[in-house]
Design a protein around this ligand. Structure first.
Ligand code: 4NP
Length: 152
């Protein structure tokens, strides 16, 4: 399965999600592949936000190799599952889906963490380090459940 993680800037939440999922896939010896993208183009070509890199490094995951790109309609062909960090990202993704059928591939990341009160991964960009830690915990739970759901 090919999984695309999507947020707004592709420098905070979706590279963290990609890093967490990539690490789990590798440790579990699974064949899934990952990528991430932003609905916006503000940070195309940039490495993840340094606070995201630092937060992930504190959990022994390196995401410094990732580079931001913008989502494109062909991603709906190239990926099996497109996971949005928040409702605004999902709405903007669906607006560029090439056809009705491909829209079924897109959903909210936190749909995979039904026990959590928050349905959206909060944007940590304008906050402090604790926001990145909260994002890490939410994404870890969702990614764990996602892989359990897909490999069952
Ligand atoms: P992300 O966070 O969507 O989690 O990558 C953001 C990064 C940058 C901006 C907004 C959100 N920005 O407005 O530049």
């Amino acid at each position: 399965m090919k999984i695309l993680l999507v947020c707004l800037g592709n420098i905070c939440r979706s590279p963290m999600a990609e890093g967490i999922l990539r690490d789990m896939i590798q440790k579990q010896g699974l064949a899934h592949t990952t990528d991430s993208a932003g609905t916006g183009d503000y940070h195309v070509g940039e490495a993840p936000d340094e606070r995201a890199v630092r937060s992930m490094r504190s959990h022994d995951i390196d995401i410094s190799d990732l580079r931001a790109r913008q989502i494109r309609p062909s991603d709906f062909h190239d990926f099996d599952l497109l996971l949005a960090m928040d409702a605004s990202n999902l709405k903007n993704m669906l607006a560029i889906a090439p056809n009705e059928g491909s829209k079924k591939k897109a959903r909210l990341m936190m749909d995979h963490a039904p026990a959590r009160a928050l349905r959206e991964v909060p944007d940590p960009y304008f906050g402090g380090d604790e926001g990145f830690e909260q994002v890490y915990r939410m994404l870890t739970e969702a990614c764990n459940n996602l892989l359990n759901d897909e490999t069952r």
